[in-house]
Design a protein around this ligand. Structure first.
Ligand code: NOJ
Ligand code: CA
Length: 539
């Protein structure tokens, strides 16, 4: 079967807009708690991150996105925010964010912060006021319902169990995630006004934009009626069966007002939204010209190692975002999903497939988001149950493993302590598996065949070649081979990925620019691709 995506000439307005940095930026997601511990308490922090910025500059990325750095109740890895205009002392101070931005900019790196508008922590001042006084203005900022025996509707928390819990005085309150994350009611004007202040607070200190958490969820159906369909808890891929909770049309108005604020600042600030809907056409609507600049296309994050699944993911994302004139934001991994080396089979097989997938993603038109550690080929870590922190594990009674395994600290050095913490005696907040020294940055930097060196090279070649990350793409499947070609009027670059289990031969009309590993062998006019490898060819 062949899947063709129609190549379109970019209209003039779109072509003019391609200058914006974020349209083809390589963005690196820093999981702050696990990146680098600068003060020796076993927890990653802003000082540690600042010291590692040269590593990111050297990797060649354009921007970093920082997972939440706010004071937090600690129930959901920082996504339960107590104060949106402050920094958790565990991570540092507002001055540290300012210094981070200055240092990053000096190295040519932009900085995106995470913003979490769908819910607060139950320790947020508003929620404690709302608990203390049901008639207070703060109580109108959340969803409360009078106590009856059963929850007010059939909505389920994405972390498991009902989306409603009881207050000490017997009312119900809504939380689409953990009970410690009460949902905000965005029909309340003071909620809107307060978040606008938060945007300005951080934009004023010079950050380059925000990744917007749960951007598809802020508005709920009036009256909170039951959802129509049966429910399966998952963080990705919601559809019409949960139409009362997610993707309400009114949510787009919020993004229009945020866009106006962000665009009023100089320097091309930007917003990228987390929109976990199954239908990419719906996801792309969040990136219409007057809304968020980007919304993540998560389909590759969910695709198995299969040429048709990948082709469909790429084609449908390109078509959906082309229709709104926005670039695709590609994601192979993040802090919510098992790492790709493990997803693609684990061990040497998983690693070679992950290398090939990286080459593919780094040539697609749009903006790839890398998750800290994927450039080291880290597998999903085994985290013993007693060390687990993720509410998904606890709320499911241990039935779901949770997300800790993709959040384990980065190994920087060889040796038993792997150099994550400035104090080698202090254990990291999540245990680093034995043997992870072999994935360390210091070791991979010395090894020209390492995953790290492949990412570095791919990003550097991409930087130097005008077609990589832009151009018009054509996606085809040939047996178990996936072929993506990007082209303009003069040149073309082809990426072949062998997604089968045996070597395959592909034609090569031009020069081999980059191979995912040493099992890619050019042989005059053609290239032998080992199973699970990829190649870039300049045609
Ligand atoms: C999406 C975030 O990526 C995830 O980590 C978090 O648990 C939920 N949103 C709730 O904020
Ligand atoms: Ca620390």
């Amino acid at each position: 079967m062949t899947i063709d995506s129609a190549a379109h000439a970019a209209p003039a307005a779109e072509a003019a807009a391609t200058a914006a940095w974020w349209r083809d930026a390589v963005v690196y997601q820093v999981y702050l708690r696990s990146f680098a511990d600068g003060n020796g308490d076993g927890i990653g922090d802003l000082v540690g991150l600042r010291a590692r910025l040269p590593y990111l500059a050297n990797l060649g990325v354009d921007a970093l996105w920082l997972t939440p750095h706010y004071p937090s109740g600690g129930a959901d890895g920082g996504y339960d925010v107590v104060d949106h205009r402050a920094v958790d002392p565990e991570y540092g101070s507002v001055e540290d964010v300012e210094a981070l931005v200055v240092d990053a900019h000096a190295l040519g790196l932009r900085v995106l912060l995470d913003i979490v508008p769908n819910h607060t922590s139950d320790q947020h001042r508003w929620f404690t006021e709302a608990l203390a006084d049901p008639g207070s203005p703060a109580a109108r900022r959340y969803f409360f319902a009078e106590g009856s025996e059963h929850p007010p509707n059939n909505w389920q928390s994405l972390f498991g169990g009902p989306a409603w819990s009881r207050t000490p005085d017997g009312r119900w309150y809504l939380h689409m995630f953990a009970p410690e994350q009460p949902d905000l009611d965005w029909t309340d004007e003071s909620v809107r006004a307060d978040f606008e202040q938060t945007l300005r607070f951080w934009l004023d200190i010079g950050i380059d934009g925000f990744r917007v958490d749960v951007a598809y969820g802020l508005v709920k159906a009036p009256g909170l009626p039951d959802n129509p369909g049966s429910y399966s808890p998952t963080l990705f891929g919601h559809g019409p069966e949960q139409a009362m909770t997610w993707n309400r049309p009114e949510v787009h108005d919020i993004w229009r007002s945020w866009r106006a604020i962000v665009d009023s600042y100089p320097g091309e600030r930007m917003l990228v939204g987390e929109v976990c809907l199954a239908d990419l056409d719906q996801v792309a609507l969040y990136s219409r010209p007057d809304e968020l600049h980007q919304s993540f296309a998560f389909r590759l994050l969910k695709s198995g190692w299969d040429a048709h699944a990948f082709a469909d993911a790429i084609d449908s994302a390109l078509a959906a975002f082309r229709a709104v004139g926005a670039p695709v934001s590609w994601v192979l991994s993040n802090h919510d999903k098992d790492r790709q080396v493990s997803r693609f089979g684990g061990g040497a097989v998983g690693e070679s497939r992950a290398r090939a997938a990286a080459l593919l993603m780094l040539m697609l038109p749009g903006s790839p988001y890398l998750y800290a550690g994927e450039e080291l080929g880290l597998p999903q870590a085994h985290v013993p149950d007693e060390a687990k922190q993720d509410p998904i594990f606890f709320r499911s009674g241990g039935a779901r493993p949770g997300r800790d395994g993709c959040r384990v600290p980065i190994p920087w050095h060889e040796g038993p302590d792997v150099g994550f913490s400035s104090d080698p005696q202090v254990p990291a907040w999540l245990p680093v598996p034995r043997g992870w020294s072999e994935y360390s940055v210091s070791r991979q930097a010395e090894d020209s065949g390492s995953v790290l060196r492949l990412y570095q090279r791919a990003i550097s070649v991409r930087r130097d070649h005008p077609l990589l990350g832009s151009g018009d793409a054509t996606v085809t499947v040939h047996g178990e081979l996936l072929r993506v070609q990007v082209e303009d009027d003069h040149d073309a670059v082809t990426c072949w990925v062998n997604m089968g289990s045996a070597p395959a031969i592909v034609p090569a009309y031009g020069e081999v620019m980059l191979a995912s590993d040493s099992r890619v062998l050019p042989t005059g006019g053609s290239v032998v691709l080992g199973a699970g490898t990829a190649v870039w060819i300049a045609e």
